[in-house]
Design a protein around this ligand. Structure first.
Ligand code: SF4
Ligand code: SF4
Length: 72
């Protein structure tokens, strides 16, 4: 899986980190948000729902060779 953050849109507000059940384990905010340690991610998509700029895409593993975008 993968979490894409559109760095053009991200303002570094930290709402993704605040709503994420794993919080700072996954999210680092240094001006822009960055997700790491994705083995801890539940794919709950709360981060993507909460981002006021719609900057986060949570992408599942490839299925049949195509990435399935589950939240934009
Ligand atoms: S919620 Fe969206 S805009 Fe705010 S830090 Fe996270 S990715 Fe960036
Ligand atoms: S999908 Fe859920 S667990 Fe994964 S980074 Fe987003 S809020 Fe955190």
């Amino acid at each position: 899986m993968k979490i894409d953050v559109d760095r053009e849109k991200c303002t570094g507000c930290g709402e993704c980190r605040d709503i994420c059940p794993k919080g700072p384990v996954i999210w680092k905010i240094n001006g822009k948000a960055e997700a790491s340690n994705l083995r801890y991610c539940h794919l709950c998509t709360l981060c993507a729902s909460k981002c006021p700029l719609g900057a986060i895409k949570v992408i599942r593993d490839e299925i049949n060779g195509e990435k399935e975008k589950i939240r934009t």
